[in-house]
Design a protein around this ligand. Structure first.
Ligand code: NAP
Length: 236
């Protein structure tokens, strides 16, 4: 699970752990990854690792660790993400590249590393974290919306490549979820966004984690290339 020291990734790792999985918390911040892992278990039940998803060797090291030290890699979640919101007038090339690189290269590196191991095992589930921003396009997020729409294309292409090896690749498009990523929004901005959601509230990380668990498990055994919207009815 990448970017799992906090937010949606941590909630997902916690739920998978509660359902018996051994989890690797792979995050750019080693201390945060180890602290998060310690909350979920000890020894090989929950391991914190430093991982920069933009670095191919870093991503490969996490996949190799799971396959060798843990003995198997059943589920891989490409969750790490960043935002660098700005209008087109103000967004820099660096803002654009940073967001596209974390989400697109990061997800692709995870997809490549995990599928290589899973196709040998003839089974596995890869879950990519997209966003409803990639469906609708959000002003101020030309970088993020492009990247998250790209994750959908990558999910479908990857799913078609590895389906006959028993490996499934699906995506989740969360709506507005209360995490450190959205904590920067003012209370007014959050409340205004909530009025646009049919369920009239932001979601909790645990409500994305439940969908991660579903896609990770055999309950979704006939699903691949699917994009699940989890946004309280927003943008349906
Ligand atoms: P979050 O709380 O900011 O957690 C993301 C984690 O990823 C952080 O621990 C972050 O570390 C880490 N990370 C950043 N860059 C990384 C890198 N290069 N390599 C490894 N880890 C890295 O975000 P979240 O809200 O839980 O979001 C999780 C995913 O859901 C993201 O892909 C996000 O785009 C997506 N999403 C979120 C929402 C929402 O409303 N929250 C909605 C739709 C989609 P630092 O904190 O040190 O940067």
């Amino acid at each position: 699970m990448t970017g799992a020291a906090q937010g949606i990734g941590f909630a997902s790792a916690k739920l998978l752990r509660e359902h018996g999985a051994r989890v690797v918390i792979a995050d750019i911040d080693l201390d945060a990854a180890q602290h998060a892992a310690a909350q979920l278990g000890s020894g090989l039940d929950a391991v914190g690792m430093q991982c920069d998803v933009t670095d191919e060797h870093s991503v490969a090291a996490v996949a190799d660790f799971a396959a060798t030290a843990l003995g198997r890699l059943d589920v891989w979640v490409n969750n790490a993400g960043i935002t660098r919101d700005a209008s087109l007038k103000k967004m820099t090339v660096e803002d654009f590249d940073a967001v596209v690189t974390v989400h697109l290269r990061g997800t692709w590196l995870g997809l490549r590393a995990a599928s290589a191991i899973m196709r040998e095992a003839k089974s596995g589930s890869i879950i990519n974290m997209s966003s409803l921003s990639g469906k609708s396009g959000n002003p101020g997020q030309t970088n993020y919306s492009a990247a998250k729409a790209g994750v959908v294309g990558m999910t479908k292409a990857g799913a078609k490549e590895v389906a006959h090896h028993g490996v499934r690749v699906n995506a989740i498009q969360p709506g507005l979820i209360r995490t450190p990523m959205t904590a920067a929004m003012s209370a007014e901005a959050l409340a205004e966004r909530e009025t646009t959601i049919p369920m009239r509230r932001a979601g909790e990380p645990s409500e994305i984690a439940g969908v991660v668990l579903f896609l990770a498990s055999d309950l979704s055994s006939y699903m691949t290339g699917a994009v699940l919207e989890v946004g309280g009815g927003r943008l349906m």
